[in-house]
Design a protein around this ligand. Structure first.
Ligand SMILES: Nc1ncnc2c1ncn2[C@@H]1O[C@H](COP(=O)(O)OP(=O)(O)OP(=O)(O)O)[C@@H](O)[C@H]1O
Ligand SMILES: [Mg+2]
Length: 250
């Protein structure tokens, strides 16, 4: 509805108000969905879906989604997906996206300068499935050792001022933990206050049957980097690490 209203003739002040109302509605919907997820988890009623998806497409989408926010904060968002990670997978892409969305969202929320780097590595694979580790690393405020053990609990935030300063409900990580475990993996954190945090989680996905791996052909199988800096210059192509180094003048 708000999107429709935004398409009508509005004066600048009205546009601003509609945008604020749209964001508030989005935030509220996010909170309701997280509370619903938590209730489903507690009732043992949360079930994972199984469908084919392309991991590269999913990661690329997320970089697009968070690119604007990263550029707006002057924080570089980079994603690294090596060619060794299989991308034609079967699993619950929506739930994987939910875990990554919370981790990348947190990383950007708690980082004022530096970078957020998202990467994936293959832990092991057999004919049936691939066990993949994801990492979201930031150069943000970090988390004290005493808080690191508590942040995966529902409704817990590192300190009492977090909600006031950064918003959020303290549900994202507890839901992410449950989802990782349902996907056969786990989640962990290593962090140093004032230096940054690294969240790592693993999950197992089935391979797509070889006949169905056509979607894979559209993507070059090579190591690939993607950064929000590329987005700001309107380059949508993924860069190889060598080309990225040249682009960034390293
Ligand atoms: N990358 C990070 N850097 C610093 N602190 C973090 C980071 N990620 C999480 N935290 C701390 O852990 C708390 C819990 O994170 P979680 O994602 O569960 O909740 P939230 O982001 O506050 O709210 P929600 O995800 O429900 O919107 C955060 O409030 C914050 O205190
Ligand atoms: Mg969160």
């Amino acid at each position: 509805m708000m999107e429709l209203l935004q398409q009508t003739a509005l004066v600048v002040k009205q546009k601003r108000y509609v945008e604020i109302a749209r964001r508030s509605a989005e935030t509220l919907l996010g909170i309701i969905n997280r509370i619903l997820d938590l209730s489903k988890i507690e009732a043992g009623k949360l079930e994972l879906e199984n469908h084919e998806f392309n991991l590269r497409e999913l990661v690329e989408d997320l970089t697009d989604m968070f690119g604007e926010a990263a550029i707006g904060k002057g924080v570089e968002l980079a994603c690294f997906l090596p060619a060794s990670v299989p991308t034609a997978l079967v699993g619950d892409a929506g739930r994987l996206r939910q875990i990554l969305t919370n981790l990348i969202g947190n990383a950007l929320k708690f980082t004022e300068q530096g970078e957020v780097v998202v990467s994936a590595t293959l832990i092991e694979a057999d004919a049936k499935s691939a066990f993949i580790q994801f990492e979201v690393k930031d150069t943000g405020i970090g988390i004290s050792p005493s808080d690191q053990g508590r942040i995966f609990d529902a409704f817990l935030q590192a300190d009492g001022t977090t909600t006031r300063r950064y918003g959020g409900t303290g549900l994202g990580l507890s839901i992410a933990k449950e989802l990782c475990e349902m996907m056969g993996g786990s989640i962990s954190i290593s962090s140093e206050p004032g230096v940054g945090s690294i969240f790592r989680f693993s999950a197992r996905f089935a391979h797509q049957p070889s006949g169905a791996r056509i979607s894979e052909n559209g993507y070059r199988r090579r190591d690939s980097f993607r950064t929000s800096a590329q987005r700001s210059s309107n380059q949508r192509e993924w860069l190889s690490p060598e080309r990225l180094s040249r682009t960034r003048g390293r």
